[in-house]
Every structure is written in C-alpha cells, then in structure tokens.
Design a protein around this ligand. Sequence first.
Ligand code: ZN
Length: 198
Amino acid sequence: MLRIVMYPHPALRYKSRPVERIDDTLREQVREMFSLMYAARGIGLAANQVALPLRVFVLNLTADPEQADQERVFINPQIVKRHSSLVEEEGCLSFPGLYTSVHRAKRIKVRAFGLDGQMFETEAEDLLSRAIQHELDHLDGVLFIDHLGADGKAKVAAKLKEFEGMFTAARQAGEIADEATLKRQLDTLARGEVESVS
Ligand code: ZN
C-alpha cells in the first residue's frame, strides 16, 4: 500500500534512481500512483511522493479518472530543451493548501520511456510544461518551494512551519519512523531489494 507523503518527509529530498526494469510491480505502482493522485484531486504525482525512490511520474491534466486516455507516464525522463520562462501559481500534493508563484520554462522538449518500454519525445507548453518540470524536480529531491526568491520564501514560511509541526506530531505519535530508519528504507528501495516500505 502506497500513500502520499507530506513535507518534510525525507523521501521528498531523495535523489531517485533510474528504473531498470518495467515489470508488473512497476505497472502496479503506477496504477496505485494514479489512484492516489485522483483521490487527492491532483494532476501529477512523482514516485518520490509515495516514498518510492524511482525516476517515474504520472500526469493527467484533467485530474479526472474518467478521462484515462489523458493519462501519461514518464519513466527516466529528461528535459532536452527549454524555451523562455513564465511565472504561474503552483501547488503540490505533498503541501496541501499551499499555492505559490514559480518561474518555469514556458516550453520544453522532454524525452522519457513509457510503460510499454518505448522511448518517446514530446514538446510541452504552459500547464503541461509546468507539470512536467515540477514532477521531474521531485525525482531529484527538488521541491517547488526551492524556486522561490527571498520574498516568496517569506510568504510561505508560516505554512511550512505548520507542515513541519504536523510531521513532528505524526512522528511523535509513532506514525512515521525516525530519520535514520526512513533513510535506510529509502536506500534499500533504491537498491531494488524490496518493493515498498510498509
Ligand atoms: Zn509536487
């Protein structure tokens, strides 16, 4: 059972490893990621956000499970071109209720593998471009708040403190393992020795 982890869970700061094999386990994990994303009414979810240190993210800009034909899966993605930049408001399922303006490239070209194992290249603009950049950042342990300037950081500081407080409380209640245990679990997962953390 996967679940979406919240800031400041260490999985969100983990640099994920490339996927080496597209198998039933991965296909199931991707299915579960879509379910969690729809349940949270999101348009994108990265594997780091479900504490899986794998270079995979899923998107459906409609956020509508009925529109499954809009689902996209990006495995081992790379941005190969970026054009101009645009500031728009952004949110993240690991920061519920926090929205802030972030600079992103307006247009990108991205290369990735699909669940069928085929490499594809796609050009993306505006919301799709933004979502891909946001999710790809997750795979490197980078969060949207990292792109803020001093003013932006000051604006979100109180909300981040709130998230940190909730995380500490959950940890004290025994719902989240200590830092060293989580780090060990993530390292084990990244080496591909187990399929998920309970
Ligand atoms: Zn996010």
